[in-house]
Design a protein around this ligand. Sequence first.
Ligand code: CS2
Length: 498
Amino acid sequence: MALIRLHPDSLAALPAEVTVPRYDRTALRGGIVHLGVGAFQRAHLAVVNEAALHASGDLAWGIVGVSLRSPDTRDALAPQGGLYTVATRDADETGQPRESLQVIGNLFALLVAPEDPAAVLARIAHADCRIVSLTVTEKGYCHDPATLTLRWDDEDIRHDLLHAEAPRSAIGMLVRGLQLRRTRGLPPITLMSLDNLPANGHTLQGLVLEFAGRVDAGLRQWIAKTCTFPNSMVDRIVPRTTDDDRASIGARLGVTDAWPVLGEPFLDWAVEDRFVAGRPDWTVGGARCVPHAEPFEKLKLRMVNGTHSSLSYLGAMAGWATVDRAVAEPAMQAYLRRLMREEIEPTLPALPGLDLADYRERLLARYANPALKHQTRQIAMDGSQKLPQRLLGTVRDRLAAGRSVGLLALGVAAWMHYLRGVDEAGQAYGIQDPMAPLLAEALALALKVEEPAARAAAFMQKLPMFGDLAAQRPFVLAVAQHWDALTRDGVRSVLENL
Ligand code: CS2
């Protein structure tokens, strides 16, 4: 690997085909404070924001990145002055790998909340800050996805109620930051969730107001009346970066980038245009400003994330380690196509100009991208937080309309199959999920039950995420049948006999 580090001083030496920032980075200000500065945000929001900066030259819209847990991102990016590379990868018409590199410059400051929470609060309560955005993943909201209320038993939430100066959770950080803003007489801001949650803005608003209500009724009212929480749909596949990726990107750059991100060329973002303190012109970077994001969210969560999770549990169990490997199986591809066409698409609200058949085929082509190597086990994480909006909402709508749910039930059964922690080749893995202990308990209880339908019902009844679905006979039966067949005959056989 090259010894010289990617750095503002080494930008001029990069190969000509690498796109680099062309504005005065030293003049950037913190218009956006971003909580959860992980790979997704760096390959999505920051890329779109970079385009807006290039187009407008308005340097007020730099991003202050905040890690809520680990110092890794700051440690890797501080020596690079915040610069990092986005590598977009796919294959050309002949199947040859293709990659384009862009160095992103608008992430100009990095904070690690556990080291210095006051510094994060000071950024939120700063006159420059006009938007706080979040990508903290589903579990980062510390809420119950079924009731959309805060989990008051969560350790961080309990801590944050008592410690105004040192919040740990995203919700605590936001409320305490807003509290400080209000005390300082600063104007209201926009709070923008970019996570894969239904009505992510409304959900965030509900949780922020719930927490603020326990802190100070006046603060709650000020937030409710003045701050805005636009809903949004975000879409870009961003696999975890590996050491091999770092090495190959470094070789192309001619300098070392310790923290690059990868993504597919595809990028989509539909966001409601409700920014109380303004926003950059993200439309130049591919964002769509829409009056209501809900139809876009539903489309994306159900089609993309619903199929992604189903594919991943099945693929992980069958030993298909990456998404492209899994969709290379004709039976898998046929299943996903039918799942979308027969059970998901009929539940979607109409979107003018949207051709669902085209969306479906483009999605399968995105999954087939051979250059991403997106691990099925990565997507399999945190199922308890993901399944409600990815599969269970669709199941509920189908049942209410008296329609079949068999293909959706296979995705749910595949998750239950995956929870046993051993794939079909006998390889063991850990279950990464904030609810892992409860899941293990539910599974142990269910496995004592002989009859498949009673077994599936026993599992579901133990988990609040299923709610009324645990008593919906057609759903329970369909899940039971698939779970039983997966356990007995394995993934390949189930897919081939659908
Ligand atoms: C994936 C998503 O890891 C996962 O759960 O389903 O991160 C997915 O890649 C993105 O939402 C695509 O936009």
